[in-house]
Design a binder for this molecule. Structure first.
Ligand code: NAD
Ligand code: TYD
Length: 337
């Protein structure tokens, strides 16, 4: 029996992680800490709210006093940090909150880990810390030893946090691991990110805004496969190690958008090429050899099965999406407490 703190669990990936783990490990306890920013949604946690091994705490990882009090009370064995500002376009609009949550918040959590003791602190990071690869070099992939070379305030804040995590390991011997995953998609993703946004727009016959000429490449991984990778790393990974996570599903943005249009039986004339994102990374592509050979991780979904499941979820879960779009999800705490 072990006790887990999962920060950012009311968000997209943390929420999926909790759905899987709370059911997979009924003898372990899961405490979700989340500040419920615009990206946090208690409706995502509804399927597990009444489970006896799950508890929610409304808190901000930057609030040192609140975080320390929680650690003192709960005695966590494992801390998994999903909490972050996660949207590149928002980081271009206003970088400051990215620095506070993604860097300083991570430091607060690790200071609490040092003071109260834990078996493992796991940092959920991203392949965006490696910067981008050229479009005409299909032979190149990110490995764990690719130098950090960031492009956006978001990726710079995540890379800073990664460096801090490794520094706490070296200086304070904090038992840490880091995962760097490629782009995720699946149920409960906030519809400001490419795939859920395009599904919503296409289903309503609205124009689909494609940045630049749509040739940028992302390496798409179904969210459940990312969650399983984190579970393996937390339980079996080695202290101080970084693990890349990705399933070799590289697609141009245009390919993704056309797949969605074709699945929904909508015309490609809905595609609207708009002004490119400043500093737009060209290509991400993960080499997952380390996690495959050392921990035996293998994805269950490829892009074809994952995108079908994601489109189906988005078409069937209109209440969740409607409440996000209307802002109603923000009233959850008021209505229930
Ligand atoms: P998300 O934006 O959907 O969720 C983030 C969650 O963190 C929200 O519930 C939000 O309320 C919470 N949060 C934000 N600031 C907080 C704070 N100061 N204190 C406590 N909680 C706070 O993000 P996501 O897509 O689920 O990403 C989760 C993690 O995975 C992030 O660290 C992100 O960098 C990383 N990641 C994401 C992807 C992806 O494709 N989405 C890929 C690789 C890595
Ligand atoms: P996004 O989902 O924001 O993830 P990230 O920037 O972290 O990779 O975007 C994925 C890709 O889709 C990225 O190349 C930008 C592009 N994009 C569009 O072309 N139009 C859009 O409206 C959005 C949100 C993204």
């Amino acid at each position: 029996m072990a006790k887990f703190l999962v920060t950012g669990g009311a968000g997209f990936i943390g929420g999926n992680f909790l759905h899987i783990m709370v059911n997979r490990y009924p003898n372990d306890e899961y405490v979700c800490l989340d500040a419920l920013t615009y990206a946090g949604n208690m409706e995502t946690l509804e399927p597990i709210l009444n489970k006896p091994n799950f508890k929610f705490v409304h808190e901000n990882i930057c609030n040192r006093e609140g975080v320390f009090k929680l650690f003192e009370k709960e005695h966590f064995d494992y801390v998994i940090n999903f909490a972050a500002e996660s949207h590149v376009d928002r980081s271009i609009e206003d970088p400051e909150i990215f620095l506070r949550t993604n860097i300083l918040g991570t430091a607060v959590l690790m200071d609490a880990c040092r003071k109260y003791g834990i078996k493992r602190f796991h940092q959920v990071s991203t392949d965006e810390v490696y910067g981008d690869l050229p479009l005409d070099r299909k032979d190149l992939f990110f490995t764990e030893s690719t130098p950090l070379h960031t492009s956006s305030p978001y990726s710079a804040s995540k890379a800073s946090a990664d460096l801090l995590v490794l520094a706490y390991h070296r200086t304070f011997k904090l038992p840490v691991t880091i995962s760097r995953c490629s782009n995720n998609y699946g149920p409960y993703q906030f519809p400001e990110k490419l795939i859920p946004l395009m599904i919503q727009k296409a289903s309503r016959d609205e124009a689909l805004p494609v940045y630049g000429n749509g040739s940028n490449v992302r390496d798409w991984l179904y969210v459940g496969d990312h969650c399983n990778a984190i579970d393996l790393i937390v339980r079996n990974g080695k202290d101080g190690e970084v693990y890349n996570v990705g399933g070799h599903n590289e697609k141009t943005n245009l390919e993704v958008v056309k797949t969605i249009l074709s699945a929904l039986n909508k015309p490609e004339t809905l595609i609207n090429y708009v002004k490119d994102r400043p500093g737009h990374d060209l290509r991400y592509a993960i080499d997952p050899k380390k996690i495959e050979t050392e921990l035996g991780w293998k994805p269950e979904h490829n892009f074809k099965t994952g995108i079908a499941a994601t489109i189906k979820w988005n078409l069937e879960n209109t209440k969740w999406l409607h409440n996000v779009e209307s802002g109603e999800y923000m009233n959850w705490m008021k209505k229930h407490y």
